[in-house]
Design a protein around this ligand. Sequence first.
Ligand SMILES: C[S@@+](CC[C@H](N)C(=O)[O-])C[C@H]1O[C@@H](n2cnc3c(N)ncnc32)[C@H](O)[C@@H]1O
Length: 267
Amino acid sequence: MTHQSLPDIESLSYVDFMSELAEINRPPGGRDSIRALIQSTYLNKDSLALDVGCNTGYCAFEISMTAKCHVIGLDLSTNMIRNAIDLRDKYFAPYKERLHFLTGDALSLPFDTGTFDLVMSGGSTVFVPSIVEALIEYRRVTKDWGFVCDINFYYHSSPPPKLIAEMNALMDISIQPWEIDYWLDLYAQLDLEMYDLKLGKMQHVTRDKVLSYCERLVSQRNWPKSIHNLAVQRLIDIMSLFNENHRYLGYGVFIMRKRTFPEISLF
Ligand SMILES: C[S@@+](CC[C@H](N)C(=O)[O-])C[C@H]1O[C@@H](n2cnc3c(N)ncnc32)[C@H](O)[C@@H]1O
């Protein structure tokens, strides 16, 4: 590694810092969410799924490796698509023909109406400027009787305002302490049947676990000691804040179906 390629840890933005560490992004609820999604949508080897806001491709890889189906991952960021393709070529080369990635916008999906058996997002819908418009677009490209699955965080108990302010300052975003009804009210505006819902709580882990994770993640980079130590300390500060947030945070796997006629039922 040349001197120029060493990062200036303290001046990096949160996103750039995490990308220096090559941290793999995961959806809210991680693998448990993807397992629930696959089980409730009956994906099989003949299915075609779309992962919107795929980032480095975690959901696309998990879905395709488990259900053996074709998955297209789409993200607004060309860099993320490049990373996803690199990971596919490095770790999933034998399955390359069923894993495709492309740059695109959730608000204008480059697919015909009724293309996919499943359109899913693993925590990315919240990043799109108009959430309802994105969901309408997910529905459009879903086949009749296919599924739209949106995975999102929500707060199951009220977090201290100071914690939300610190999270927003860290990531330069403006999250609100949304409860589950925020999402349910949004989905109720769509012409989709709520088919299944899995809820979970995020884990609050011990400080020892946080420290050992940070040390392991940074160690992969083989940076000189001074940079390594700065990076570990910065990562500990970030992960400690996330860990505190997890005391209040839950996640939902919201599985909806595109029906061709409404069902009127009482019980
Ligand atoms: C938190 S990450 C998603 C994590 C990812 N689903 C996973 O499990 O690894 C959010 C992603 O949404 C993408 N994104 C934001 N706005 C988007 C848009 N309008 N269309 C497509 N992707 C978008 C970002 O580039 C980012 O990669």
